[in-house]
Design a protein around this ligand. Structure first.
Ligand code: FE2
Length: 338
């Protein structure tokens, strides 16, 4: 046995062997039999009294609260287990209320630097024909190309160009469909707080530097949803898809990946690929998952081959607070919906 403050282990050994022995007697025995092993650096002037106090702390009422505080208290007593506290708030889901909204269009991944007019037209035409009362812009509407940490090999159009273009697209959707818009932040919109955090953290919370304010969303009927907040619509959970974290590999079936992560009805964008999966639990309850296609160029200069993306968007009809129906639509590159 080493002498690195092993007093507690030693006392525990004796307590296990003689659980009912009178404390002072046990303390004397421990000291007499282990004079060389007792770590003197931690004892008081009277080592027997020190051991007795330790026994009391481990068994008596005085130490009860501390023991309850940490079930592995005995093991770590001498080393001290810090009490970690975090100030993270539990972020509640953002609810798109039913029945105020019942016909939700979900579209993401416009990546405005790489977006295509035909795809936007195809989606708006379908939405006009079928009727929607709300649109969830499900992240990566902007690419934020000019504030990316990746190498920028193309001519820059400027961040202001993207801001103006995003405002123009939001206005276009709203005026065309006459609907409420919810805009959920994706990993590309997060480039703005990230670049502030890395380069000028002093500005990260300045009102005018927030993306929703740069986009002047207060001028539109548009709620901005950030901090990776979960969106709920009827019984469906909706995420952009980057909230899971993890690697950069694109799953064969993103819907299945999301279903395994969430273990509940879920829809994601982010993967630029339409897919679907479902399972029924032991009680026969069916859980469904969908990944939604993108509205950007399928062969951008930075990834021209082999990305297996497809264009698309989704429509969710809420029957009530729990029951919903999903139509996960794909589009050709020229905007034909199928
Ligand atoms: Fe994304």
């Amino acid at each position: 046995m080493t002498k690195i403050n092993k007093n507690s282990e030693l006392i525990i050994e004796y307590l296990t062997q003689y659980p009912k022995m009178q404390k002072k007697t046990l303390a004397k025995i421990i000291y007499e039999q282990n004079k060389k092993l007792i770590d003197k650096s931690t004892t008081e002037k009277d080592p027997v009294e020190y051991i007795r106090k330790r026994i009391m702390a481990m068994t008596g009422n005085a130490g009860k609260e501390k023991r309850q505080y940490n079930s592995v208290y005995k093991k770590f007593y001498d080393y001290g287990v810090p009490d970690y506290e975090n100030d993270y708030e539990q972020i509640t889901p953002f609810r798109i209320e039913v029945p105020a909204y019942k016909r939700l269009l979900v579209a993401g991944d416009f990546h405005l630097y790489y977006s295509k007019r035909e795809l936007l037209e195809g989606m708006l035409t379908w939405a006009l024909e079928h009727g929607v009362d709300s649109v969830l812009l499900n992240g990566d509407i902007m690419d934020c190309y000019d504030i990316s940490f990746f190498a920028r090999t193309q001519d820059s159009k400027g961040f202001q160009y993207e801001l103006d273009e995003t405002k123009r697209i939001i206005e276009l959707i709203q005026k065309t469909l006459d609907c409420k818009i919810f805009y959920k932040e994706g990993n590309h919109e997060e480039r703005l707080p990230v670049i502030f955090a890395r380069k000028i953290p002093e500005l990260i919370k300045v009102y005018g530097m927030q993306l929703e304010n740069l986009l002047e969303l207060q001028n539109f009927n548009c709620d901005y949803i950030k901090d990776r907040r979960l969106v709920r619509f009827s019984g469906l959970n909706i995420l952009h898809g980057h909230e899971f974290g993890g690697g950069v590999a694109v799953p064969v079936n993103p819907a299945r990946t999301a279903l395994l992560k969430v273990n509940d009805n879920v829809m994601v964008s982010h993967y630029h690929k339409s897919s679907q999966d479902s399972y029924s639990d032991i009680d026969g309850n069916i859980k469904g998952a969908w990944s939604v296609g993108c509205l950007c160029d399928l062969r951008p200069h930075y990834r021209p081959y082999g990305n297996k993306w497809n264009a698309g968007f989704a429509f969710v009809k809420a029957e009530n607070q729990k029951v919903f129906r999903v139509t996960n639509l794909q589009m050709s590159e020229t905007g034909e919906v199928y």
